[in-house]
Design a binder for this molecule. Structure first.
Ligand SMILES: [Zn+2]
Length: 372
């Protein structure tokens, strides 16, 4: 489990994860197919057959979404980009990119290949439906449904609201024309939020007129609005942190301890007394390692005076550091990537200070207060 998602498999070196919401949707889709769709289309089947066909169809639907996402990732990797992982969500999937696409052309290709793949899958399923419909009705029914659902996946993902594929295509075109990624992102996200509200409104109107399908429109709209909003927040955060050098907000006067200091001294004088969660261990200005609350907790209290920090610290070789001239956005991304709250600031092997999430937040709060 990680952020509400479960690791499934690894393909082309990319971890594939499913969001817990997918399990709920899987049950829901299977149930809708077995209890609603198939009985209404094929009333003469045996009751058990509806569930078998429903389950198989649900699995194939799941696989279709996965193939769509893999298509994105294959293009991303072939264009030299890093794909952190693929997460399958309620309404499709999200490929988590470790970075923004390097060019408008790369983003365009990456985005367009997803719906194109879904269209091809739909055509393939339609062909197989034509071949099988008179040979075996249940198998034909599965292919018919897959042809339908894949074309719907393609159309849904072509909605031009960021972060859907259509929104990415829209952004890449704007980006290509204006040459300004930030402006293109703002426009694409704005359109995404407008479309999301449109879908929510449409869903509510449909519900008011007794159309239960309106619930789906409202849900999809809600999902899109949240996704667009979080992209917007991230873009704004990036704009505020980009270009501000780390040395401007780092804590240069941070507490440094010598390697032979006892862990008890660090716990009592620094962690407990001053609330410092991460203490650099250094000899002169050479960083040897870091002591975190996590390391300190691993030492039983009766050994606090006998254990030295050098025995339990995270060695410098395993510590991710940042340079004083890197910007705050880079620091933020590094911390997120490493799952840490602080980074030592190092130049030519010399420890200059520490920079933490609290310092970044303090900087953002101060800017908000000044209204700049
Ligand atoms: Zn896609």
């Amino acid at each position: 489990m990680n952020g509400g998602s479960i690791h499934l498999i690894k393909l082309f070196g990319i971890p594939i994860r499913i969001h817990v919401s997918w399990l709920i949707i899987f049950v829901l889709v299977t149930w809708t197919l077995a209890a609603g769709y198939f009985p209404s289309q094929y009333p003469h089947w045996a009751p058990l057959l509806y569930w078998v066909v429903g389950l198989i169809t649900s699995f194939c639907f799941f696989a279709s979404v996965l193939i769509h996402e893999i298509a994105h990732s294959v293009v991303a990797v072939s264009r030299g980009m890093k794909v952190r992982d693929i997460i399958l969500f309620v309404f499709g999937g999200v490929s988590e990119l470790g970075e923004e696409p390097g060019s408008a052309a790369t983003e365009f290709l990456m985005a367009v290949v997803g719906p194109a793949t879904s269209f091809l899958l739909s055509l393939l399923a339609a062909g197989l439906w034509l071949l099988t419909q008179h040979v075996n009705e249940p198998i034909g029914a599965i292919f018919y449904y897959l042809a339908l659902i894949n074309v719907m996946l393609a159309i849904f993902n072509m909605i031009p609201g960021f972060p859907l594929d259509g929104g990415r295509i829209f952004r890449s075109i704007l980006w290509g024309i204006t040459g300004d990624l930030d402006k293109a992102t703002r426009w694409a996200v704005g359109l995404g939020i407008a479309i999301a509200w449109g879908l929510i409104g449409l869903g509510i109107v449909m519900l008011l007129f007794g159309q239960i399908n309106g619930l789906w429109f409202a849900l999809i709209g809600w999902f899109l609005k949240n996704a667009a909003q979080s992209t917007f927040d991230r873009t704004r955060l990036k704009r505020m942190l980009q270009g501000v050098p780390v040395h401007q907000v780092m804590n240069a006067g941070c507490a440094i301890v010598a390697p032979e200091t006892s862990i008890g001294t660090v716990i009592q004088d620094l962690i407990l007394a001053r609330g410092i969660r991460c203490v650099p261990v250094a000899q002169g200005d050479q960083l040897l390692g870091l002591i975190t609350v996590h390391n300190a907790r691993a030492v039983p209290q009766e050994q606090w005076n006998s254990v030295q920090v050098r025995d339990v610290m995270v060695p410098a070789s395993a510590v991710k550091a940042i340079g004083p001239d890197n910007d705050l956005w880079t620091a933020m991304e590094e911390m997120t990537e490493e799952g840490v709250n602080q980074l030592p600031v190092i130049q030519n092997g010399r420890l200059l200070g520490m920079v933490g999430r609290d310092a970044l937040m303090g900087y953002l709060r101060m800017r908000a207060e000044l209204g700049v």
